[in-house]
Write a protein that binds this ligand. Structure first.
Ligand code: NAP
Ligand code: GDD
Length: 351
């Protein structure tokens, strides 16, 4: 019999990679899909539509804001592992919809844990915690002992989620782990996150399909890794005999400005900068054409200036380490976006 796993957020970036990983490992994967007025399964359609996986992948409508759907699903599926990846995951958007963000990211986690308690199923629980918890920290690099100081409604909601995981672990002896994951990206990254926004715009600009890329804070620094490697780390956490919390990161930090430079470099465009703050501009050093401008609407009311993680606990106890460096990651994102643009162009021509 196949081991069963349940993934919330299965239609997201991480959910899709984790599904592939677990199916490869022989699991039957059940995904919680929230109802949307349009198709939201694009990242997992290649699994849903593949006949080879009819006994490996099952999806169920449900929502982290709807406790009865969660209880019913756990009772029906009785998964041996649960990965709680579902979230309103956009930091800037969380300032616009703070109540909903708390309902999904904070209380949604409580609802999942409480459903485990109510149904008394024997399971292991992974919580998608985040480096956003560290927020306004002056400690660097950040590890499992670094104090938290979240800087957004998203970060604060995830802080509640982090602690309710710890509390249910201690109070009810539930096997529950927090993966404190630093930013991880891929060609499947949502287009409103800065990395994908940059790689997609750089491709369009180099093909003459876009004039300018508008960004917010270029000075923010992030520790960016490759998403599939982080999904392997999630799985490794649940294979241990004791539940613990782990940081997954690369240990390196780069600014948004550096990310822009590398993305354009992959396309043989050298970016130079002039001006400062909201008047800063990035231009093509050969043609002098301005390609990057600042739009202050992309700034956040409170920002996390710099993140850099220390993954030594995961390395020691899980034998986990990142493999893809930032240049490789950007290259594979740019190449994938370019491929998509070309496929779309051919499709448009055929129509
Ligand atoms: P993502 O691409 O934004 O995916 C989020 C998933 O959550 C989507 O499947 C989304 O469904 C689902 N979702 C949203 N609201 C929901 C609701 N009310 N009920 C059920 N599902 C809901 O995020 P990701 O990058 O894969 O990240 C996965 C998790 O890790 C998130 O919890 C995120 O906060 C956390 N995290 C991410 C990173 C990172 O750098 N990627 C780092 C640390 C932590 P739709 O497809 O319908 O929108
Ligand atoms: N999204 C976005 N758009 N961010 C911009 C832009 C822009 O136009 N311009 C500059 N930035 C800056 C943001 O201010 C932030 O400092 C940085 O780029 C990264 O922003 P995002 O890519 O939106 O990611 P994030 O770091 O806020 O959050 C992501 O990583 C967290 C882990 O640290 C998300 O995946 C979260 O869900 C995750 O928890």
């Amino acid at each position: 019999m196949k081991k069963t796993a349940l993934i919330t957020g299965v239609t997201g970036q991480d959910g899709s990679y984790l599904t592939e990983l677990l199916i490869k490992k022989g699991y039957a994967v059940h995904g919680l899909v929230r109802k949307s007025s349009n198709f939201n399964t694009k990242r997992i359609d290649h699994i849903i539509e593949n006949k080879k996986y009819t006994d490996s992948f099952f999806f169920h409508y449900g929502d982290l804001t709807d406790p009865s759907s969660l209880n019913r699903l756990l009772d029906k599926v009785k998964p041996k592992e649960i990965y709680n990846l579902g979230a309103q995951s956009h930091v800037k958007v969380s300032f616009q919809i703070p109540d909903y963000t708390a309902q999904v990211d904070a209380l949604g986690t409580l609802r999942m844990l409480d459903a485990i308690r109510d149904t008394e199923i024997d399971t292991k629980f992974y919580q998608a915690s985040t480096s956003e918890l560290f927020g306004k920290t002056s400690d660097s690099p950040q590890n499992e002992n670094t104090p938290f100081y979240p800087r957004s409604p998203y970060g604060v909601a995830k802080l509640y989620a982090y602690w309710i995981v710890v509390n249910y672990r201690e109070a009810y002896d539930i096997f529950a782990c927090n993966g404190i994951l630093f930013n991880h990206e891929s060609p499947r990254r949502g287009r409103t996150f800065v990395t994908r926004k940059i790689t997609q715009a750089a491709c369009k600009i180099s093909e003459g399909m876009q004039d300018v890329l508008y960004l917010g804070n270029l000075d923010a620094k992030r520790d960016w890794g490759y998403a599939p490697e982080y999904c392997l780390g999630m799985w490794k956490m649940l294979q241990k005999s004791n539940p613990k919390d782990y940081v997954l990161a690369t240990g390196k930090t780069f600014s948004v400005r550096q990310f822009v430079e590398i993305a354009f470099k992959v396309l043989n465009i050298k970016i130079k900068w002039k001006g400062s703050n909201i008047n800063e501009e990035g231009y093509n050093s050969k043609t002098n054409k301005v390609l990057v401008k600042i739009d202050k609407d992309y700034y956040r009311p409170t920002e996390v200036n710099i993140l850099k993680g220390d993954f030594s606990k995961a390395e020691k106890e899980l034998d986990w380490r990142p493999k893809t460096d930032l240049e490789q990651l950007i290259k594979l994102m740019v190449e994938s976006d370019m491929e998509k643009l070309r496929t779309e162009a051919v499709y448009r021509q055929k129509k």
